[in-house]
Design a protein around this ligand. Structure first.
Ligand code: 13P
Ligand code: SF4
Length: 311
């Protein structure tokens, strides 16, 4: 890219010219969130992808999110600025292994978190996100036997809340697993009035000390409606951009990981997306996300089942 190019202006021009829409997750950097047409959590982004009338969807997020958009809008061109933007949680559940695992539970309903590959969604009855997981589990009959994958922390949290019969896959997200309870409690001592906000992908001890647990969208909403002035935020740091924008007078402190120097409360996959890559993606219309037709046909049922319940 020519360094004299005004990336923000060029992205806006190309977007208009090509009837493209930019969807961005809350974990993107602030500059990307600010030029997006829509910023949201996984659920809201999938709802947007299902209803947009743009010809091109540029997904500023990770691969499973773009893949979900493609499955919901197969006739649209779906682009992702960096194909390597994966997800350690999705990687912790390979479709072949999941299929083997499911053989042990033939009479179970399979609920999979949206942070999975299309192949895993094709093995799933109903997808869920962290925003609607309780609602999806409770939509099943009280005696339903459930397999929940792949996040063990979200799974245990939901199992505890609902008391349902759930078998949980042993997967996790490398960002949320790294938060240190000890360091969060040290911070809390320095900021006794700060409330702790945590994403349900965090480990149980962190969820137990949290004042509020929820998806990124729920944590953002809580930060707006709640009356505290300070918050310790135990999820990926990108959400703090929106929290600041919505609450300019409040203080948001990123929860620390065990190793304070690693910066691992940032998702290295999410942060692969840059303005420069976004510009090139729009300009050259690549890389394009494609999903095998047969896989897509199976996966769309479990995603639509979720959207019907959360409509
Ligand atoms: P949300 O459901 O809050 O968007 O979470 C997505 C995610 O990747 C969490 O790590
Ligand atoms: Fe995946 Fe974790 Fe990154 Fe979310 S924060 S995209 S779960 S690796």
């Amino acid at each position: 890219v020519d360094s004299s190019i005004d990336l923000v202006a060029e992205i806006a021009r190309l977007k208009k010219e090509k009837n493209a829409v930019i969807l961005a997750h809350y974990y993107q950097t602030g500059d990307i969130q600010d030029i997006a047409d829509f910023v949201g959590d996984s659920l809201a982004l999938s709802q947007q992808a299902a209803k947009t009338d743009a010809d091109i969807i540029v997904f500023a997020g990770v691969h499973f999110m773009a893949e979900t958009a493609k499955i919901l809008s197969p006739s649209k061109k779906v682009l992702i600025p960096d194909m390597n933007a994966g997800c350690s949680l999705a990687d912790s559940c390979k479709a072949e292994d999941f299929a083997e695992f499911l053989k042990n539970y033939p009479d179970h309903t399979v609920i999979s978190y949206v942070n999975t590959t299309a192949d895993v969604k094709a093995l799933t009855d109903i997808v869920c996100t962290s925003s609607n997981a309780v609602q999806i589990v409770q939509s099943l009959p009280a005696d339903a036997k459930i397999v929940f994958g792949p996040d063990r922390n979200l799974g245990s949290y939901i199992k505890n809340l609902t008391g349902r019969d759930m078998v949980i896959w042993d997967g996790a997200c490398h960002v949320h697993e790294e938060f240190s309870l000890e360091r969060i409690l040290e911070l809390k001592k320095e900021h006794p009035n700060a409330k702790i906000l945590a994403h349900p992908e965090c480990k149980k001890p962190i969820l137990l000390v949290a004042d509020h647990v929820g998806s990124t969208a729920e944590l953002l909403k809580f930060s707006i409606t709640d009356d505290a002035q300070e918050y310790i935020v135990a999820t990926e740091t990108g959400i703090i951009h929106q929290m600041h924008k919505s609450n300019p007078d409040k203080v948001f402190i990123p929860a620390p990981p065990l190793d304070s120097t690693c910066g691992c409360n940032n998702c290295n996959f999410m942060k692969l997306i840059t303005l420069k890559k976004l510009y090139n993606t729009l300009l050259y219309e690549m890389p394009e996300v494609v999903v095998d037709e047969e896989v897509s046909r199976k996966a769309v049922r479990s995603i639509k089942a979720m959207l019907d319940i959360s409509a």
